[in-house]
Design a protein around this ligand. Structure first.
Ligand code: NAD
Ligand code: DAU
Length: 349
């Protein structure tokens, strides 16, 4: 099996690449990544020299490059994670999200379609990694299931919803072997510190304000990133063509409660008196179009394929804090931008 993972130098992608490279020595894992501000090869130093791993620097928006890569390498499957992923950035620059998330996805589908047409047995999976944000916002009750109607509100979620529709259209029209999963908020090591949890870990460490949008009442359903990677592995290998799976932790928290818990954990870890870090909490102007509540019903995945989350949130958050505190170089390189010099160009096409 030659598997192309896109966005493998990002947060979730790097966990996915690591899992596949270590668990399946007989597969060759190609990691295609543009290395945007969110891509960092330092996320993969532990596996970069493994014989079944190859890095390719490239942009999924460049159709000619993508077509050439697919015709040369003749992948058997694609796991597509590359995306612009931050809601706040989508509010200031929506077009970048259209290019990468919509056009980039269609470029990959087109290139994969050629391989599928040439040999339907050989190209056997196009796995599109999506988000629960496509379902919109919940009130106080209810959960997103696989049949919840799409209702995206941010340019980010609109672009992901659009890409999901294209993937389904290629399955229905060209019978391509597509699968989609929609996951809730991930947290864990290698999370870029623009997102709520790693941003606040870094700010607590440096005694800086913790910016909470609005009143901090918005609810997210948090899942440890390695549990997401395990779910993708199970779905990739076992799901029926054309199916969709929701992935989530059944783990809903208001933002303010997440940050209070984080403050408590870090008071202990940093030997600060109880309550010290909470004083850093600062309520700031709310995000435009801020979705109130996400909650994923992952019953189908649990019943059909036997997956379940492995970690309680308190345990996962403590593990995450420990990782950030013992990987100061990673954090400092990322916050200074130094990490962008890391790529040597060795595998550049
Ligand atoms: P990330 O921003 O950390 O990583 C994205 C990666 O894609 C980076 O390595 C970046 O360099 C690469 N990339 C961006 N544009 C590219 C392009 N044009 N060509 C090639 N590579 C490009 O994102 P993440 O949080 O790891 O999310 C990965 C995927 O999972 C995304 O599709 C996202 O929508 C989805 N998702 C994320 C979450 C979450 O909580 N982070 C939850 C559910 C789904
Ligand atoms: O639900 C899955 C999605 O989760 C993924 O598809 C996205 O790629 C990922 O970025 C994430 O989106 P969110 O917008 O939920 O994540 P973020 O970490 O940006 O924000 C989490 C919550 O915290 C959200 O309600 C906004 C709030 N927030 C965020 C930041 C960055 C703050 O209150 N202050 C902040 O500084």
């Amino acid at each position: 099996m030659k598997i192309l993972v896109t966005g493998g130098a990002g947060f979730i992608g790097s966990h996915m690449v690591r899992l596949l490279v270590n668990k399946y020595p007989n597969y060759t894992i190609f990691n295609l990544d543009k290395l945007t501000y969110a891509g960092n090869l330092a996320n993969l130093t532990d596996i970069e020299n493994k014989p079944n791993y190859k890095f390719v620097k490239g942009d999924i928006v460049d159709a000619a490059f993508i077509n050439k890569l697919f015709s040369e390498e003749k992948f058997n499957a694609v796991i597509h994670l590359a995306a612009e992923s931050h809601v706040d950035r989508s509010i200031t620059n929506p077009l970048e999200f259209v290019y990468t998330n919509v056009i980039g996805t269609v470029n990959l589908l087109n290139a994969a379609k050629e391989l599928f047409k040439a040999d339907e047995k050989s190209f056997n999976r196009f796995y599109h990694v999506s988000t629960d944000e496509v379902y919109g916002s919940l009130g106080d009750t209810g959960m997103f299931t696989e049949t919840t109607a799409y209702d995206p509100h941010s340019p980010y979620s609109a672009s992901k919803a659009s890409s999901d529709h294209f993937v389904r259209a290629y399955h229905d029209t060209y019978k391509m072997p597509c699968v989609i999963s929609n996951c809730s908020n991930n947290y864990g090591p290698f999370h870029f510190p623009e997102k709520l949890i790693p941003l606040c870990i870094n700010n607590i460490k440096n005694n800086k304000p913790l910016p909470i949008y609005g009143k901090g009442e918005n609810v997210r359903d948090w899942l440890f990133v390695e549990d997401h990677a395990r779910a993708i592995d199970v779905i990739f290998h076992s799901a029926a063509t054309g199916s969709t799976y929701n992935i989530g932790g059944h783990n809903e928290w208001t933002n303010i409660d997440v940050i209070r818990l984080l403050c408590k954990i870090m008071d202990k870890k940093l030997n600060r008196a109880d309550g010290t870090n909470e004083k850093l909490i600062t309520f700031v102007t709310d995000r435009a179009g801020h979705d109130l509540r996400y909650a994923i019903d992952s019953t189908k995945l649990q019943n059909d394929l036997g997956w379940k989350p492995s970690l309680q949130f308190e345990e996962g958050l403590e593990k995450t804090v420990d990782w950030y505190l013992s990987n100061e170089d990673w954090l400092n390189n990322v916050t200074s931008g130094e990490y962008q010099k890391y790529y040597s160009g060795q595998y550049a096409r």
